[in-house]
Design a protein around this ligand. Structure first.
Ligand SMILES: NC(=O)C1=CN([C@@H]2O[C@H](COP(=O)(O)OP(=O)(O)OC[C@H]3O[C@@H](n4cnc5c(N)ncnc54)[C@H](O)[C@@H]3O)[C@@H](O)[C@H]2O)C=CC1
Ligand SMILES: O=C(OP(=O)(O)O)[C@H](O)COP(=O)(O)O
Length: 340
């Protein structure tokens, strides 16, 4: 059993901790938090061991939270740490991981150079095998890479033009906006998403533009992909249907929005309404000569969760790409085919 700990128990961290807990080849050592807020109280209720900075022990204990030790204690006890702390904080923690010769998985908010490799399981699992420091790319980049690498397996992708409609905030974030505007973010082109895709697919011709929309549920991507050879709409649909971590919504289900996708997750009783799969609108797939157009939704809070689990296996060389993806999907209930 590989000993794994989770530093930064927020939107991503709480989901990855739960996923680690469910893996048959991993043991969750504990989670680290800095503030004794509701997330720490829930973690305690879940039965996780909680580690905190030395100077915060008193404030946690005053809030009725039992402490298992300091964050350094947790790091020392682990073989590998998943760092899901806020953007830039992971890079500071890297010094501590290095000090104790521990491997670490970072998130997409960190700069690419924090790690030896940026990671997307379907695209470059093998490149990450045995690496000490791996960065799971951001939610939007994970959605882009999963889709592009899948289409590339039926015909070589020569060019991608992507428009990313970003959710403004996660549902729990009370201070973020906008509430009454679409914001070009970044206003400059290309947005950082194309650059981030190039950390994995280094030679791909990709340009992305992004706007932020006042919604919390999901991102939506509008893609225009140029292929080397023409493929049919059916070829693409069939490939998506057999690909793990991609699901389709069809005209039959009458789903045309992120709200309805999340409602299906609620109705299915999925934990936290999570949909780690890329959700492709089947009717948006359109082929014109060598060009493919499509739209899909990305559930920002959960799409990177299976990638983190596979990144741990790659780093520890625990399983092949196929074995790891299969085990992760089975334990987390991640599907292929139609969402409903
Ligand atoms: N929220 C999202 O939609 C996605 C976020 N990411 C990336 O995941 C990373 C984490 O983002 P979120 O989970 O959204 O952030 P978050 O703010 O929800 O969670 C961060 C957690 O880290 C804790 N923390 C803060 N400083 C700390 C420290 N010094 N030591 C230990 N814990 C500390 C906070 O208390 C909080 O619980 C970022 O790199 C982000 O870019 C990636 C994909 C999607
Ligand atoms: O990494 C993300 O988005 P991004 O790929 O658009 O930068 C996550 O959704 C976090 O974005 P945030 O920095 O707006 O919280």
């Amino acid at each position: 059993m590989i000993k794994v700990s989770l530093n930064g128990y927020g939107t991503i961290g709480k989901r990855v901790a739960n996923a680690i807990f469910l893996q048959p080849d991993m043991k969750l050592i504990g989670i680290a938090k800095t503030s004794p807020n509701y997330e720490a109280l829930v973690a305690q209720k879940m039965g996780y061991r909680i580690f905190v900075p030395e100077n915060s022990i008193k404030s946690f204990e005053e809030n009725g939270i039992k402490i298992a030790g300091t964050i350094e204690d947790m790091i020392k006890e682990s073989d590998i740490i998943v760092d899901a702390t806020p953007n830039g904080v992971g890079a500071k923690y890297k010094e501590i991981y290095q000090k104790f010769s521990k491997k670490a998985i970072f998130q997409g908010g960190e700069k690419a150079n924090v790690a030896e490799v940026s990671f997307s399981a379907l695209c470059n699992y093998d490149e990450a095998v045995n690496k000490n420091y791996i960065r799971v790319v951001s939610c939007n980049t994970t959605g882009l890479l999963r889709t592009i690498c899948t289409i590339n397996s039926i015909s070589k992708v020569e060019k991608v033009r992507a428009t990313v409609v970003r959710r403004a905030a996660d549902p729990k974030e009370v201070k973020k906006g906008p509430i009454n505007s679409l914001v070009a973010d970044p206003v400059s082109v290309p947005s950082h998403h194309a650059k981030d895709v190039n950390t994995v697919l280094k030679d791909l011709d990709i340009v992305s533009m992004a706007v932020i929309a006042p919604t919390t549920l999901m991102h939506i991507h509008l893609l225009n992909i140029t292929l080397k050879s023409q493929v049919s709409k059916e070829d693409i649909i069939n490939k998506f249907l057999e690909t793990p971590r991609i699901v389709l919504v069809s005209r039959k289900s009458d789903i045309t929005s992120t709200a309805e996708i999340i409602e299906v997750a609620r109705d299915l009783g999925r934990l936290r309404n999570d949909i780690p799969e890329v959700v492709v609108f089947e009717d948006s797939i359109y082929v014109k000569d060598h060009e493919v157009f499509l739209m899909y939704g990305v559930h920002q809070e959960s799409i990177v969760v299976p990638e983190n689990i596979d990144a741990i296996r790659a780093s520890m060389n625990l399983a092949s790409r196929e074995e790891s993806i299969k085990m992760t999907n089975a334990t987390l209930g991640i599907r292929s085919g139609y969402l409903i």
